[in-house]
Design a protein around this ligand. Structure first.
Ligand SMILES: [Zn+2]
Length: 46
């Protein structure tokens, strides 16, 4: 699964813990920690 610090490519990612959705706009963007709960594991949303 995508985790904080990786560059998994642009798209939408959902926090596995709280469900917060973030968007990466560029393939060079790193996944941040969740801004709500600081969790570091994400699910890619198709
Ligand atoms: Zn979260």
């Amino acid at each position: 699964m995508p985790t904080t610090g990786e560059k998994p490519g642009k798209g939408k990612y959902k926090c596995k813990k709280c469900g917060k959705v973030i968007t990466l706009d560029n393939d060079s963007d790193q996944l941040p920690p969740c801004p709500v709960c600081q969790h570091t594991e994400w699910d890619k949303i198709q």
